[in-house]
Design a protein around this ligand. Structure first.
Ligand SMILES: [Zn+2]
Length: 349
């Protein structure tokens, strides 16, 4: 398959075009991410800190490296009084849960865990609906409830404990804009695309599922970044700070630090991105099958464009990730057994 000569996006990526040198349009128009800097972060932390209450900030942690690094920085480096928060959707990798426990203990940070059993139910409904009539734009529906589960709950807990700030560890490098392209389908809106898909496949339609999807939309990366009107109205007293808007996000460097300083662990060092939630296994399976690429192509390309890894390193990692196909398939089968959906195993081979 032909790939961009600068990054590794494949020719089947939506809206891609190549010039005579084989450079893709995304590389040609790319501008490196600008960071606000550590002194601005310090300034904003001090500005928003209240001296009353037990905590200065709330940090949502998944057990992945990015949020672990944020927790470490807030607690040890910036000396904030931190409350950690973990959203347990019952679909996370045991190693991620283990990381959370180990690291809050090590840092001496209090932890609130919110468990949600319903998310599994939504996932099951959406997985069965998808398999009835696969439509690429609807693959993200498998995650319904999770965005709100993390960010919505973080706001609620901040309110409950009178905490003035939430510090989150999302980075634009991990953005996967292609997912929305398939839902929008020829430039329509996300909501329009969603409605069209629901009419075509009513198996998705359940009240909780729909409310969950709307709540997620208002708590998604871009909506939170733009601090939309709904969030402004709902949470006037809580400031949300995106840590990686200030501090450069270099995934490999972060991984090395959390391993060294906190004994953070990953099940597979060479393919550790997004290991924390098992739904990603399912999603990547579908993307690979339907499109011939996954979010990993997108992520590695973003890392090349930022200059964190070379193109050949990205290709090598992608190759490794694809070689792991059988292992991932086994994990996927185990996962389906785990959630009592082994009747679906025959779809995944
Ligand atoms: Zn490119």
């Amino acid at each position: 398959m032909r790939r961009c000569s600068i990054c590794i996006l494949p020719e089947v990526y939506p809206n891609i075009s190549f010039d005579e040198k084989g450079e893709c349009n995304f590389c040609k128009t790319h501008q490196k991410i600008q960071f606000l800097g550590k002194s601005k972060l310090k300034e904003d932390l001090l500005k928003n800190k209240k001296d009353k209450g037990k905590y200065d900030c709330l940090v949502p942690v998944s057990g992945g490296k990015d949020s672990t690094f944020v927790l470490y920085q807030m607690s040890k480096v910036y000396q904030m009084r931190v409350l950690a928060f973990n959203y347990d959707n019952r679909l996370t990798h045991p190693q991620a849960q283990e990381n959370v426990r180990k690291i809050v203990n090590y840092l001496g940070v209090d932890l609130v865990i919110k468990k949600n059993k319903k998310q599994k139910k939504y996932m099951a409904i959406n997985l069965r609906a998808y398999l009835r009539k696969p439509s690429v734009g609807m693959i993200p529906m498998l995650c319904t409830g999770c965005r709100y589960g993390i960010i919505g709950n973080a706001f609620n807990i901040a309110k409950e404990y009178d905490i003035p700030m939430i510090i989150i560890g999302w980075s634009p490098i991990e953005d996967t804009p292609f997912k929305e392209v398939y839902l929008k389908d020829n430039g329509n809106s996300v909501i329009g695309g969603l409605l069209r898909n629901l009419i075509k496949n009513p198996a998705y339609i359940r009240p909780n599922n729909m409310i969950g999807a709307v709540k997620d939309y208002y708590h998604s990366y871009q909506q939170v970044k733009d601090w939309n009107i709904v969030l402004k109205m709902l949470h006037p007293n809580v400031k949300l700070i995106q840590f990686y808007d200030y501090v450069p996000y270099n995934p490999d460097e972060i991984e090395n630090i959390v391993e060294r300083e906190l004994s953070w662990e990953t099940p597979d060092k060479k393919d550790s991105w997004q290991f924390d939630c098992k739904i990603k296994l399912l999603q990547n399976y579908f993307y690979e099958k339907e499109l011939g690429f996954t979010a990993t192509d997108c992520y590695l390309s973003a890392m090349v464009r930022e200059g964190f890894i070379s193109r050949s390193e990205a290709l090598e990692r992608l190759k490794y990730s694809k070689q792991n196909k059988d292992k991932k398939l086994n994990q996927l089968h185990e996962f389906l057994k785990d959630i009592n959906m082994e009747d679906l195993i025959f779809y995944f081979s």
